[in-house]
Design a protein around this ligand. Structure first.
Ligand SMILES: Nc1ncnc2c1ncn2[C@@H]1O[C@H](COP(=O)(O)OP(=O)(O)OP(=O)(O)O)[C@@H](O)[C@H]1O
Ligand SMILES: [Mg+2]
Length: 363
């Protein structure tokens, strides 16, 4: 049961010892010598923090409160060399998991840590299950509703689009001086109709059960095609799109659906970055799976938005439908893979698609 641990302590030797012990147990460990650094490293990552009561730029109890506010699932264990009734009472008020007095024995520390980890992971599991149940419920409702509605909307929308083309053709036959003031609103209406068609397409895809044709698939050429397809879009928006596909191997997958997955993630990344922004597509692989990262240097994802990203209709865009990520998530799940979101190395968001490798021998 490995966990993500943060050590906040300015005694380098003590940190090194603990790092080694926790590392040997398979935990991921980060360490910080100050409160400021600790909050930075903890954000969206920490599960259990071990915090010294006295730190160069503040006290551990205040830090514990902040860490718990900023990372609602985390637990804090306070360590102190100078125990007092007051500091213990304060620690209880701050909601810390445990209060240990140094020097404490390694087995004591590990036993406390183990309980805290179990508690945090059980809480996270519970939250994840209830989130999934909510999403599943919404999806089911959306599915039946949209199938009917989309159909009803599609026909009149097609008719409107056709009539608009007729109108446009007639306008183009007029004198040039008359054309311009008429064409401008026409173009706007045409763009809006396109947008509706796009949303409708998303809706329909949602309503239809996904029909996957899973075959061994070389990820490199597939991603290359996506990049080629989307690069005009990148240019138009002055976004620099890099791709490092050197590690791409084969996965078991449906080419059409996976293309859509990466298109959705890249388009979101384009939306997130400003003009002149960077978007990077890269692949990592290990024995059992392929990980495709889509990184950008945009503003990243707000902590409070993270749990809602894959919910249908969650959007922060004035013209978004909020279906891109739920569809993407559904496709990836159907491939037996996972889709995760967080902070990336370019400073903005990182979306990672993890897909099982193609079964050996079937390549
Ligand atoms: N790379 C990113 N950086 C920051 N926020 C992102 C990023 N990708 C997605 N988001 C957030 O997730 C929300 C949901 O994304 P999703 O793709 O589901 O819908 P959308 O892009 O808003 O609309 P559409 O249906 O057109 O895709 C976005 O509105 C945005 O707030
Ligand atoms: Mg989107």
């Amino acid at each position: 049961m490995s966990a993500r641990l943060l050590l906040v302590e300015d005694n380098a030797e003590f940190v090194e010892n603990l790092r080694e012990i926790f590392g040997d147990l398979g935990h991921e460990v980060r360490s910080a010598g100050t409160c400021t650094k600790a909050r930075e490293l903890a954000l969206g990552w920490v599960q259990v923090a071990l915090v010294d009561l006295r730190l160069p730029d503040g006290d551990g109890t205040t830090l514990a409160t902040q860490l718990k506010e900023e990372n609602p699932d985390c637990e804090v264990i306070l360590l102190t060399g100078h125990a007092s009734v007051e500091s213990a009472a304060e620690a209880v008020r701050a909601g810390v998991w445990a209060y240990l007095i140094k020097p404490c024995t390694v087995p004591d520390l590990l036993a406390t840590l183990d309980k805290a980890i179990r508690h945090v992971q059980a809480q996270q599991e519970k939250r994840e299950l209830s989130r999934r149940a909510q999403v599943a419920e919404k999806l089911a409702a959306v599915g039946t509703l949209t199938a009917g509605l989309s159909h009803e909307i599609r026909n009149p929308l097609n008719a409107a689009g056709l009539q608009l083309s007729v109108l446009e053709r007639r306008v183009r036959k007029l004198d040039a001086s008359l054309q311009d003031p008429l064409l401008e609103p026409l173009t706007l209406v045409r763009d809006e109709i396109r947008r509706l068609e796009h949303i409708l397409q998303d809706f329909l895809q949602f309503a239809r059960p996904l029909n996957l044709t899973v075959k061994p698939l070389a990820l490199g050429p597939l991603l290359q095609k996506v990049v080629a397809f989307i690069s005009t879009d990148a240019e138009r928006r002055s976004v620099s799109l890099e791709a490092d596909l050197s590690n791409a191997g084969s996965v078991g997958g449906d080419a059409d659906q996976l293309r859509q997955v990466f298109m959705n993630l890249l388009l979101n990344a384009f939306d997130a970055v400003a003009e002149g922004g960077r978007v990077k597509l890269s692949v990592e692989s290990d024995g059992t799976s392929m990980e495709v990262h889509v990184d950008d240097d945009g503003p990243g994802i707000l902590q409070e938005h993270l749990p809602r990203l894959f919910e249908p209709f969650f959007t922060t865009k004035s013209k978004g439908s909020g279906l891109g990520l739920p569809i993407t998530h559904a496709i990836v799940s159907q491939h037996g893979g996972t889709l995760t979101a967080g902070r990336g190395p370019l400073g903005g968001a990182r979306f990672t698609v993890n897909l099982p490798r193609a079964t050996p021998g079937r390549r």
